[in-house]
Design a protein around this ligand. Sequence first.
Ligand code: FES
Length: 243
Amino acid sequence: MEIKLRVKRYNGKDQYFDQFDLQVEDRTTILEALMYVKDYQDSSLSFRAQCRSAICGTCAVKIGEHHVLACKTKVKQFAQDGVLTVEPAGNLPVIKDLVTDQDIFLLKLKDAKAWFVPPEKFEPVYPDDLKLYEKETDCILCGICYSVCPVFQTGQEFGGPVNFVKIYRFWKDKNDALKDQRIVIADKNRITACVHCKYCSFSCPKEIPVEQDIFKLRFFGKQKGIIKEEQEGFGGFSTPFGF
Ligand code: FES
């Protein structure tokens, strides 16, 4: 089918839309369409991609109200009346066209201590242990949960959904030396600013239950007295969970 690919461009000064006409098939991905444009129509078009297999997490883009991995998403899923509009992922500064500056969210991961801290003595790990954090291990740091999170638009200090996925993953690992210190880290990352809108869970290309993980960390932290809930939430927003 013939489509019009509208791409939001940025040249360091101005933002504007460019439109490209191209022929796609049912199986054509958004990334393949962008690559076709770059190869045959406008070599100055900039976007990020490496693995083309939904593994490296570099190709996140915004399509209408959705954020997707361009390499995993077919054009026909989102083209409306033969038009597909592609914009850079949200909540991040744009460097050029669809290339965003991911330093902000990658640096925030330091605040989450997003790495395994080895114990003095390792316990054996069984398949059932791995199931506790199997989904969270799939995180590819694509930043989509960060880009869809409304909390950043309030200007609050907030670690971001990906931080809590990492905190949850290591908190559930019986060999991680930090144990419940992970909950203290969640508190420092302002977990109570989360409004539980679930955009992160609905948007995650790896189907990680991000919001549920945040809820479990928050619930446990509150029960243990590590997390205090008196911090004000998101502009007085009250959640279905009574926070
Ligand atoms: S190119 Fe690697 S996730 Fe899309």
